[in-house]
Design a protein around this ligand. Structure first.
Ligand code: TRP
Length: 331
């Protein structure tokens, strides 16, 4: 059985793209592997969130992952800052992480460019904390997107360096785990090919969106001027609407609108109305569950407690062994 670990950004609502992408795969994997899913709230401090926002965001992410089907009994679902052992491993790994390699990291260089007024040490050592997150459970599979591959490579470097330094094989090398072939790609509503990729308002449908918001977003989705003659090629924005429809509507609905497109009689307004209603029907149970969880503090705190307990058990074992390897001895 492999140990799989994924860190979840503590900001941002889940959208349909996340749902059909990583999360569906997490839900499938959680029974077949040892899965750790955690909300990366230590990491979020690099952007200096207000205390009340920090908690609200973590809570919302926890709720939405539960609503989407993460089972806190099967997987270990926890909040990073509930596991202080991660901070200790981060400190230990920092002693063997070098300025040069950290400064060369693409994500760091990008931050320096984007927020020159806040180039804090946490940003520089972000990959070290991420490595600690992963190797503290000695995870080998890390489902991440392309943008995180360099961080994964650095995690391998830090794990291997520790092993070499202490002449041990304690940490297994973690590898990025790409769902790619199994991913259902959900396009954005603004004509872009991936939901959530662009920041533009109304590009994404969130699981927590109410019906009114969904209708508004879908009705405003980018289209074109429509086919003028039968058999015309489809533009990207229209292709996107069809792809969204394939994810949430029945096959009959999709083929009906395809027929009208091919005969150049399609009315995008009609298609959007249908699409909006089908998205609403699809997300309704998720949204309902989100609202339910939102009013169940007792359940949420139980989930967080259970997750922290399971994660700490594994993390404490690692820290105990790592301390021993390094040479810390009790007096
Ligand atoms: N850096 C990841 C992101 O931006 C989040 C993250 C933090 C993470 N720690 C991790 C992902 C450990 C995988 C493993 O999405």
């Amino acid at each position: 059985m492999e140990t799989v670990l994924s860190g979840i950004r503590s900001t941002g609502h889940l959208h349909l793209g996340n749902y059909f992408g990583a999360i569906k795969n997490f839900v499938k994997m959680q029974h077949a592997h040892r899965c750790y899913f955690f909300i990366a709230d230590y990491h979020s401090l690099t952007t200096h969130p207000a205390p009340e926002d920090l908690h609200r965001n973590v809570r919302q992410v926890l709720i939405e992952y539960l609503a989407a089907g993460i089972d806190p009994e099967a997987a270990t679902l926890y909040i990073q800052s509930d596991v202080p052992e991660v901070a200790e491993l981060y400190l230990l790994l920092n002693m063997n992480a070098y300025m040069g390699e950290l400064e060369r990291c693409t994500s760091f260089k990008e931050k320096v460019r984007k927020q020159p007024e806040n180039v804090n040490a946490g940003l520089l050592t972000y990959p070290v904390l991420m490595a600690a997150d992963i190797i503290i459970h000695r995870a080998t599979k890390v489902p991440v997107g392309k943008d995180q591959e360099q961080h994964l490579e650095m995690a391998r470097t830090f794990a291997n360096r520790f092993n070499r330094m202490y002449k041990t094989e304690y940490f297994p090398a973690p590898y990025a785990f790409n769902f790619e072939s199994e991913l259902v790609k959900i396009p954005g509503l603004d004509g872009s090919t991936k939901m959530g990729k662009s920041e533009s308002e109304g590009n994404a449908i969130f699981l927590a969106d109410d019906p009114k918001t969904i209708r508004k977003k879908v009705m405003r989705a980018t289209t074109d001027s429509g086919p003028e003659a039968p058999g015309e090629e489809m533009s990207q924005p229209i292709e996107n609407l069809f792809n969204l429809m394939r994810a949430v509507s029945t096959a009959e609905t999709v083929s009906h609108f395809l027929d009208t497109f091919n005969s150049a009689t399609i009315r995008y307004g009609d298609m959007k109305k249908q699409l909006a209603e089908d998205i609403i029907a699809f997300t309704a149970p998720l949204r309902e569950r989100i609202l339910e969880l939102d009013s169940d503090d007792a359940y949420l705190s139980g989930v967080a407690r259970l997750g922290a307990e399971k994660a700490r058990e594994s993390a404490q074992k690692t820290i105990r062994e790592v301390r021993e390897i390094i040479g810390f001895k009790p007096f």
